[in-house]
Write a protein of this length. Structure first.
Length: 62
């Protein structure tokens, strides 16, 4: 899907924002070529607790 997005649309960056506790999503994103750009501490409140937000991104190849 990443390759398709870059091929068909005029975009330079695709990003995803998984919860910090979602290790499966983090590994899948890294396997797809995404790089961790930021960890925002305790930005979400879910099920009675604060959770970190991660920002992963991949950029269009030059």
């Amino acid at each position: 899907m990443v390759d398709n997005g870059f091929r068909h649309w005029d975009i330079t960056r695709i990003y995803a924002r998984p919860f910090g506790t979602n290790l499966g999503s983090q590994k899948a994103l890294e396997k797809a070529g995404f790089i961790l750009e930021a960890r925002l501490s305790k930005t979400f409140f879910k099920n009675g607790e604060y959770m970190d937000e991660l920002i992963y991104a991949v950029r269009r190849p030059l």
